[in-house]
Design a binder for this molecule. Structure first.
Ligand SMILES: Cc1cc2nc3c(=O)[nH]c(=O)nc-3n(C[C@H](O)[C@H](O)[C@H](O)COP(=O)(O)OP(=O)(O)OC[C@H]3O[C@@H](n4cnc5c(N)ncnc54)[C@H](O)[C@@H]3O)c2cc1C
Ligand SMILES: *[C@@H]1O[C@H](CO)[C@@H](O)[C@H](O)[C@H]1NC(C)=O
Ligand SMILES: *[C@@H]1O[C@H](CO)[C@@H](O)[C@H](O)[C@H]1NC(C)=O
Ligand SMILES: *[C@@H]1O[C@H](CO)[C@@H](O)[C@H](O)[C@H]1NC(C)=O
Ligand SMILES: *[C@@H]1O[C@H](CO)[C@@H](O)[C@H](O)[C@H]1NC(C)=O
Ligand SMILES: *[C@@H]1O[C@H](CO)[C@@H](O)[C@H](O)[C@H]1NC(C)=O
Ligand SMILES: *[C@@H]1O[C@H](CO)[C@@H](O)[C@H](O)[C@H]1NC(C)=O
Ligand SMILES: *[C@@H]1O[C@H](CO)[C@@H](O)[C@H](O)[C@H]1NC(C)=O
Ligand SMILES: *[C@@H]1O[C@H](CO)[C@@H](O)[C@H](O)[C@H]1NC(C)=O
Length: 495
């Protein structure tokens, strides 16, 4: 058995077109990887298989991979990619497992590469950047940097994974000051489709470097991100909850922040409509943030002045703040996202708010465990300008039409029997809202990849010409479509 598997693996890696090999490339790949990597390769029934397959934010992402590979470094990833591509076996790559689209970071019947053990983290000698492995979550990055009084741009929720967030852009509490999180990456270590391990920065592999700042997973598997650090030893942050009776004051605070948020780029807010079906309850929750020690800031005064049910805004650190909020956004329920975008003004807000609340209460209010929310992420001109100043990115969001609201609808529920009904509703409510925004001349073009749901258009809305450029870079570094055809999950520039 052992000999024949080795022989078969050897034969199939030189002659992958043999019927014997095509027959089940996945089985061949799993068996070969098992022989080479033994303790890092898991089959169904192993406890590690289960923990890797369930290392996701939502059970909608648990699938049935044929086996799971848990590499421990870039050279392991490289060896696996060479095997998989020779055998033409399908696979998926998972970082923190927070992208809630089934099959985008997992796979049925293929090899799941779980990056869990790529956990290196190292501050550069001059402390200007930190090198981070893709197995880390943002809370671990913030914890590591806290003793130095430093931060890096990453998730506003600590459990989110490093790699997926950075490959789609990344909206941080510091984005009003410094741009997308990915605008602050100065180098990527990447395993190319050939298995070659390269470092892309602004002077070598500069086309690949540019593509990775928002082009997703079509180009390679990133095994290290070098990310700029900033001094931010203490911050002000917290959550406020405002009753639905304060709708007018809430929406006006959001509209004003959207329009005038540039006045103080150290301030950030994530205002949301939060609806709970079982309690027949709608409230407005906002994360409030200020990069500094003095928490009484006029930039946030319109929010803090509204009578609240709860308000935890106060002095803290980024690491401590994300620890405190993780529990509010626990893993384990079924989830779907949908992204929308508009110009930042009161008319857009009114359309989104009224349409969403009305349709949720009339169409899906009785779904078991339903939580439905819309978060309005205000995106200032300075946010966009920072990306341009730092060398540009594939998103190339239009500066002239800024500021924007980039909105994410989140749906969360408990019973898989309701999946289809929720997915259909998410598509419908988004189409209705987008139709109204369009009619009012308030619809904006760019849609943020990491907040999107299945079937939404992403790269088509990037800056003019950039999708064509991304496709050319993809073809140059992956001429045989390894990361497009063999690794089908994720937002692809071709496909
Ligand atoms: C609770 C919650 C809070 C969030 N908060 C924020 C926020 O504050 N700001 C923000 O911008 N976004 C936020 N997001 C969205 C988040 O950025 C995306 O879900 C992101 O994809 C998560 O990264 P991950 O590594 O956990 O994802 P995964 O699901 O592991 O991966 C996402 C995609 O990236 C690919 N991928 C993963 N690792 C690699 C790699 N090393 N090389 C190549 N491809 C890879 C996967 O194949 C997959 O297609 C949030 C999401 C959730 C669920
Ligand atoms: C397998 O699981 C154990 C227990 O969680 C863990 O300590 C070990 O690191 C895992 N092995 C690999 C290769 O991930
Ligand atoms: C190959 O075998 C694996 C494991 O038995 C299975 O999950 C997968 O569906 C098979 N693939 C094909 C194409 O038959
Ligand atoms: C890019 O990497 C190369 C090789 O490590 C290095 O010589 C060069 O200085 C780097 N460029 C920048 C802008 O850091
Ligand atoms: C739910 O709340 C709304 C107003 O907030 C109220 O009009 C309605 O009657 C309530 N429905 C139920 C079933 O209690
Ligand atoms: C904090 O800032 C506000 C306005 O920016 C100012 O009025 C106040 O005096 C400051 N408080 C302290 C303690 O410095
Ligand atoms: C607060 O609201 C007032 C009027 O409602 C507005 O003039 C002001 O610009 C707002 N301030 C901020 C920082 O949004
Ligand atoms: C839930 O609501 C929908 C439409 O509002 C209705 O068709 C359905 O019968 C309701 N289901 C239950 C279990 O009440
Ligand atoms: C909704 O999704 C966004 C991710 O883009 C996240 O920041 C937010 O915390 C989520 N909200 C809930 C309630 O899950």
């Amino acid at each position: 058995m052992r000999i024949s598997t080795i022989l078969l693996a050897a034969v199939c890696s030189t002659l992958p077109s043999l019927t014997l090999c095509i027959d089940n490339a996945t089985t061949q790949a799993c068996n070969s990887l098992k022989l080479i990597f033994n303790t890092k390769l898991f089959f169904p029934g192993d406890a590690n298989y289960t923990s890797e397959n369930e290392h996701f934010w939502t059970p909608t992402d648990y699938l049935s991979p044929a086996c799971v590979f848990a590499p421990e470094g870039a050279s392991d990833v490289s060896a696996a990619v060479k095997f998989l591509s020779k055998l033409r076996a399908t696979f998926a790559v998972r970082g923190g497992g927070h992208m809630p689209i089934p099959g985008y970071a997992n796979i049925d019947g293929g090899v799941l590469i779980g990056l869990t053990n790529l956990r290196q983290i190292q501050l550069s000698e001059d402390k200007s950047y930190v090198s981070i492995g893709p197995g880390l979550r943002w809370e671990e990055v913030y914890d590591y940097l806290e003793p130095y009084g430093l931060i890096a741009l990453g998730g506003r929720v600590g459990s989110v994974g490093v790699p997926g967030l950075l490959l789609g852009g990344g909206i941080s509490f510091y984005s009003n000051q410094y741009g997308f999180a990915s605008d602050n990456v100065i180098a990527y270590e990447v395993v190319l489709a050939s298995g070659q391990i390269v470092t892309a920065n602004s002077t070598q592999y500069s086309d690949l470097f540019w593509a990775l700042k928002g082009g997703g997973n079509s180009f390679g598997i990133v095994t290290r991100f070098d990310l700029l650090t900033y001094s931010s030893p203490t911050i002000c942050a917290g959550i406020t909850e405002i009753p639905s009776t304060e709708k007018g004051a809430f929406l006006s605070a959001v509209a004003n922040f959207g329009q005038y948020g540039d006045a103080d780029s150290k301030a950030a807010v994530i205002p949301s409509i939060f609806m709970l079906g079982s309690l027949n309850l709608t409230v407005y929750t906002s994360a409030l943030f200020y990069d500094g020690t003095n928490c009484s800031q006029s930039a946030l005064a319109n929010f803090t002045a509204i009578p609240s049910i709860m308000n935890t805004y106060g002095s803290t650190t980024l690491a401590a703040y994300v620890k405190g909020t993780d529990a509010l956004i626990a893993d384990g329920t079924r989830q779907a996202f949908r992204v929308m975008s508009s110009f930042a003004n009161a008319e857009s807000l009114e359309i989104v708010h009224d349409t969403f609340v009305e349709m949720v209460t009339t169409e899906i209010w009785n779904i078991t465990g339903l939580q439905a929310s819309v978060a309005f992420q205000p995106v200032t001109r300075n946010f966009i300008q920072q990306g341009i100043s730092k060398g540009g990115n594939p998103q190339a969001v239009d500066l002239e039409s800024a500021p924007y609201f980039w909105m994410v609808e989140n749906f969360s529920w408990t019973d898989s029997a309701d999946d289809d009904r929720i997915f259909a509703f998410a598509v419908e409510v988004t189409a209705v809202i987008e139709g109204k925004l369009e009619a009012a001349g308030q619809a904006a073009k760019y849609k943020y990849m990491n907040d999107a749901g299945l079937g939404q258009q992403i790269f088509q809305n990037y800056g003019p010409g950039n999708l064509v450029k991304l496709k050319a870079i993809r073809a140059k570094y992956d001429p045989f479509n390894v990361y497009t055809d063999l690794m089908p999950g994720g937002w692809k520039v071709d496909g």
